[in-house]
Design a protein around this ligand. Structure first.
Ligand code: PEP
Ligand code: MG
Length: 325
């Protein structure tokens, strides 16, 4: 098995019926790049930039951020790198940025909500990203987007900072895609509208499942409700993918589910374009994809969405379809 995986390191991710998909990696810091290269990921699908903020004693400067982003973009070039703007709040805190005490931090002041409120912090990050964009294939993604207005507000700030840099003679890329995480059910439901505004979607199942099932992703007592294969979750995912495709956009996934051997066959059946996971899962998923045909997986996904009534039933369905593969 290990030998077969080694051969796949430099291969593209292709299914048994010859369809190509992108298998990308999630990183938290430039240090994670070694693992990404060692496993032959076809890009970075999620760079969680909050670690830059969490590993620092104060707000990281524009130059500190620029160096980190540049390193990742240069190392991966020409492969795409999706950088997510700061996702602080919820369970992630910064000693130097006191957040209000909240009854429900996961439903509170976090991620894009902080960025749009603290534009000083947001603009610094966007400037660092824009300057780094000259060194590779940058895509920027906003976390925890609930409304189209939030996306438009974030895009406006981005365009203002871009304009300022261009006027100052700084070299920035003209082809930076702007996308959003789909991790709030409101955004998933409205994906057909969002798709007219954004360049891409990346589905964040870690949060999307917790918000859809109303089950805290870190609470063992309700973990039985944390159901990636629940038909409700699969229907949301299908709607997001179909909505993207209708507008000629791409849809990826960067939650844990994207590297899960039960979920991947379902996602192939639903036509997900990009799968981003921890680097150590890349070769396993590439190897799995090689054995599956998208036509079979589409037939299976159809059943999972419409006939099945439970997470467990869908798990068994996938196991049946992929047995001996
Ligand atoms: C997610 O919610 O699925 C996600 C990828 O983001 P995080 O795990 O950082 O919240
Ligand atoms: Mg999330």
């Amino acid at each position: 098995q290990k030998a077969e995986w080694q051969l796949l390191k430099t291969a593209a991710s292709v299914t048994a019926d010859g369809k190509h998909f992108d298998v990308a990696a999630n990183i938290g810091t430039p240090k994670d790049l070694d693992g990404v290269l060692a496993n032959g990921a076809e890009g970075i699908g999620l760079y969680r930039t909050e670690f830059l903020y969490m590993d620092s004693a104060e707000l990281p400067t524009e130059d500190d951020q620029f160096e980190a982003y540049k390193k990742v973009l240069e190392t991966m070039n020409p492969k795409p790198v999706v950088v997510r703007t700061m996702d602080i709040g919820g369970d992630k805190h910064l000693p130097y940025l006191p957040l209000p005490d909240e009854q429900n931090p996961f439903l509170g002041y976090r991620a894009i909500r902080i960025s749009l409120d603290r534009q000083d912090i947001f603009r610094t990050q966007l400037r660092a990203l824009l300057r780094a964009s000259a060194f590779g294939n940058l895509r920027i993604m906003f976390p925890m987007i609930a409304t189209i207005q939030e996306f438009e507000a974030a895009k406006k700030v981005f365009l203002e900072e871009k304009d300022n840099l261009v006027k100052a003679g700084v070299k920035v890329s003209d082809s930076i895609q702007l996308g959003i995480m789909i991790e709030i059910p409101a955004a998933a439901v409205l994906a057909d509208q969002f798709a007219k505004h954004v360049d891409f979607f990346s589905i964040g199942t870690n949060d999307l499942i917790q918000y859809t099932m109303a089950a805290d992703r870190g609470n063992d007592r309700v973990s039985y409700l944390y159901q990636p294969y629940n038909p409700s979750i699969l229907r949301l995912i299908k709607h997001v993918i179909d909505s993207a495709h209708k507008e000629g956009k791409w849809a990826g996934m960067c939650g844990e589910a994207a590297g899960d051997p039960i979920m991947v066959p379902l996602l192939l059946g639903l036509g997900l374009d990009e799968y981003s996971m921890s680097a150590t899962s890349v070769l396993r998923v590439r190897s799995l994809m090689k054995k599956l045909s998208t036509a079979d997986m589409a037939e299976m996904a159809e059943k999972a969405l419409n006939d099945s009534i439970s997470n467990d039933e869908n798990k068994a369905l996938v196991e049946k379809y992929t047995a001996a593969k």
